[in-house]
Write a protein that binds this ligand. Structure first.
Ligand SMILES: Nc1ncnc2c1ncn2[C@@H]1O[C@H](COP(=O)(O)OP(=O)(O)OP(=O)(O)O)[C@@H](O)[C@H]1O
Ligand SMILES: [Mg+2]
Length: 484
């Protein structure tokens, strides 16, 4: 029956395999023995598949001891913030011991956690032993003060206080403690400042927190022992973590830890605004480039001196290549500046002004399933390089034939990218570099930190550019992404 529950929970909430679940079942079958032998509470927790939390899949309580946990906790969710030991063991695969842990039910315990591994040494769950801590004498004499006021916070935080400020005094987070009637019994300095500011009230001790801060009411209305709320007020954004405390199964108070994320959210908004402004600038750059291109076209239509038309064509192509970069950036869904240069190459080739429209040249772009993203700055250089080399093939490779093929091939390796541009045309006679190849050489060396050369071929011309992968040049294998 218990095994079934373990299996059901693992199947419903985790990514564990059938054989992993068998390993957990084996461990679970011995839990009761361990619990009786050590007089401690035993649990098995497993990481959940769709979030960062864990779930309790098995438990055993020692016989003849008043239960620390009122009812079964199997199926309950465990949060990282409240059970750091559990997540430490998960992350590191090591044992963890926390001498004064407070359980999600608000009970002080000594907690030991060991990872449970499968045959491949992957952590598939953690085995937890929790022993109730005997309270020091002073607390036994004053049970009511156990969790309230300064003594209580000292106890929870394991304080060796004297005249030193306690840990919660040093926290940026707001730490508040209330009694069972929601009256404030402790506030750290950040808490005092926050409540005074929000309530315009300076007398805080023993005041009902819900009356001081009405927006906090939903936090207290929520009956769960542990809860994380996000509260957004008119000009504040807060994350409130609530932990209810119990003494002998009776509600004895609440700890609230409040993070004020207003500044963070404001910065996020500013950043978003900035990215909107940057998008607007890209828009204007693109529009201005298109205006320049229109002016050139107008000039061409109004007549040009004999022989100067090809130069205008070349210039138009160069302007189109740069404006293609901005078109791609503006079409990016996630509003970032990265440019997929395979897509960019497709765009440049399709919008090229071909000098001789009667020629039938096939343009093939290959990337072996890779998506290559570069910064916009590098993309402008790559756009110009692709334009010059493809233009050269179009212009010079097929002077007689009416058809031919140009292949643009991106070959990615772990730390470099090679761009091959080849054609099956007449081949390059003796290289005499003019403006086009000078532009390519300059951009490859100075902007891409790469190399540019021609490979000897029997037929046609084969240019290769290689440049290193860097934070500005990232390669994704789309096939792998699809498979995973
Ligand atoms: N794919 C090719 N096939 C045949 N010849 C080529 C090829 N690429 C370049 N060439 C030769 O190399 C020369 C230099 O190219 P380059 O791009 O520097 O100048 P261009 O294309 O003549 O003029 P522009 O400065 O407008 O680009 C070309 O004039 C041409 O003779
Ligand atoms: Mg050229």
């Amino acid at each position: 029956m218990k095994d079934n529950r373990l299996e059901q929970l693992c199947n419903a909430y985790t990514d564990l395999t059938v054989s992993d679940i068998q390993v957990l079942k084996k461990v679970a079958s011995t839990l009761q023995l361990y619990a009786d032998l050590s007089g401690a509470y035993m649990f098995i927790d497993c990481k959940m598949s769709h979030n960062e939390h864990a779930i309790i899949v098995a438990e055993a309580f020692p016989k003849k001891i008043d239960s620390l946990y009122g009812n079964s906790v199997v199926g309950k969710i465990v949060f990282d913030t409240f059970e750091p030991g559990v997540f430490y063991s998960y992350r590191t695969g090591k044992k963890s011991v926390i001498r004064q842990a407070v359980t999600q039910e608000g009970k002080p315990v000594e907690q030991s956690v060991v990872p449970i591994k499968n045959d491949s040494q992957e952590v598939i769950g953690v085995l937890i032993q929790e022993k109730e801590i005997d309270y020091p004498d002073i607390y036994q004499n004053e049970p009511q003060s156990l969790f309230f006021g300064q003594d209580a916070i000292d106890y929870v935080l394991g304080d060796q206080r004297g005249d030193m400020p306690i840990i919660s005094d040093l926290l940026m987070e707001i730490c508040l403690l209330t009694d069972q009637d929601n009256r404030l019994t402790y506030a750290n300095p950040a808490g005092v400042k926050f409540i005074t500011e929000m309530s315009h009230n300076e007398e805080l001790l023993q005041k009902n927190l819900v009356e001081l801060l009405p927006f906090i009411k939903p936090v207290f209305d929520q009956l769960d022992d542990v809860f994380v709320f996000e509260l957004s007020l008119e000009n504040k954004y807060l994350v409130v973590k609530k932990l209810r405390l119990r003494k002998k199964d009776k509600m004895s108070g609440t700890i609230l830890v409040i993070q004020d994320l207003t500044e963070l959210r404001t910065k996020e908004k500013e950043l978003m605004m900035k990215s909107v402004v940057i998008q607007e600038i890209h828009h204007r750059v693109k529009n201005n480039l298109q205006t320049v291109a229109s002016l050139l076209r107008l000039q061409m239509r109004n007549g040009l001196p004999e022989g100067s038309k090809p130069y205008f064509h070349d210039t138009l192509n160069r302007i189109y290549s740069i404006s293609s970069v901005y078109e791609i950036i503006l079409a990016n869904e996630d509003a970032d500046d990265d440019v997929d240069i395979v897509k960019l190459t497709g765009k440049i080739c399709s919008s090229m002004v071909i000098n001789d429209p009667h020629k039938k040249v096939e343009l093939v772009i290959q990337s072996n399933g890779n998506c290559i993203l570069t910064s916009s700055r590098k993309a402008v250089s790559i756009a110009l390089i692709v334009n010059e080399l493809v233009q050269n093939s179009l212009k010079h490779a097929f002077p007689f034939e009416a058809s031919g093929e140009i292949i643009v091939d991106f070959q990615a390796s772990k730390d470099s990218l090679a761009l091959h541009i080849s054609d099956n045309g007449v081949g390059m006679k003796k290289p005499k570099s003019s403006l086009g190849l000078e532009i390519v050489d300059n951009l490859v060396v100075n902007d891409l930190n790469g190399e540019f050369h021609y490979l000897p071929e029997i037929i046609g011309t084969h240019a290769v550019i290689t440049f290193p992968v860097s934070p500005e040049v990232v390669i994704y294998d789309e096939k792998e992404n699809l498979n995973s």
